[in-house]
Design a binder for this molecule. Structure first.
Ligand code: HEM
Length: 170
C-alpha cells in the first residue's frame, strides 16, 4: 500500500507540467474531451450497430449469414481505430490528474470493464474467422457463441460509458 502511494506521489510530481498545462488550458481540455468522445462514438457506434446486425443475421439464410460475416470482418478496423483514439485520449486524461483517478475505485472498475471489452473483441474476431474460413459458415454452435459475444459487447460498451460518466461527476 505504501509502495503504491509512493509511486502515485512520484508520478504526480513528474507529471506536474502536463497536469498544469491541462488545468490551465481550456483548449487542451476541450480537444482531449472531444477526442475521447469521438473515439467512443466511432468504435462503439460501429460495434453496437454491427452487434445488432448479428442478431438479425442469425435468422437469415446461409447467403445472408456469409455476407454478414464478411461485413463483420471489415468492421474490425474502424472499431480498432475508435478504441485507439479513446484509449490514448483517456490515458492522457488520467495522467492529467493521476492523484484523483488512481485512488478512485470507479476508475479501476472502468479499466476492468475495458479489459473485458478487449477480451470480448478478441473472442468475437476469432469466432468470426472460424465461421468465415471454416467448412460450416452456418454452424449453430459458433453462431450461438457469436450472439452471446455480441450481447456482451453491447452491455460492455454501455457500462463503460456509464463508468466514464460517473468518473467525470465523481
Ligand atoms: C472504450 C473505452 C472508453 C470509454 C467508452 C470511455 C468513456 C468515457 C466517458 C463517457 C467519459 C465522460 C466524458 C464526459 O463526460 O465528457 C469518460 C471520461 C474519462 N475517461 Fe474514459 N472511456 C474509455 C477509455 C478510457 C481509458 C482507457 C482511460 C484511461 C486510461 C479513460 C480515462 C478517462 C478519464 C480520466 C475520464 C474523466 C475525465 C475528467 O473527469 O476530466 N477512459 N470516459
Amino acid at each position: 500500500m505504501l509502495l503504491v502511494r509512493g509511486v502515485v506521489d512520484g508520478l504526480t510530481r513528474v507529471l506536474e507540467p502536463w497536469s498544469s498545462l491541462y488545468r490551465n488550458n481550456p483548449a487542451v481540455q476541450t480537444t482531449l474531451t472531444f477526442l475521447h468522445l469521438a473515439g467512443i462514438f466511432l468504435g462503439g457506434g460501429f460495434a453496437i450497430a454491427t452487434d445488432r446486425e448479428t442478431f438479425i443475421a442469425m435468422a437469415a439464410r446461409i447467403s445472408g449469414q456469409i455476407r454478414h460475416l464478411q461485413h463483420l470482418h471489415t468492421v474490425h478496423r474502424p472499431v480498432m481505430l475508435g478504441l485507439v483514439i479513446a484509449i490514448s485520449s483517456g490515458f492522457l486524461l488520467f495522467l492529467a490528474d493521476i492523484e484523483t483517478f488512481a485512488r478512485s475505485w470507479v476508475f479501476w472498475v472502468k479499466m476492468t470493464l475495458l479489459a473485458l471489452l478487449l477480451t470480448n473483441g478478441y473472442l468475437l474476431s476469432r469466432t468470426e474467422t472460424a465461421l468465415r474460413q471454416g467448412e460450416q459458415p452456418d454452424s449453430p454452435v459458433l453462431w450461438a457463441r457469436l450472439r452471446y459475444i455480441s450481447g456482451a459487447s453491447i452491455a460492455l460498451w454501455l457500462t463503460l460509458i456509464l463508468a466514464g460518466t460517473l468518473l467525470r461527476s465523481a
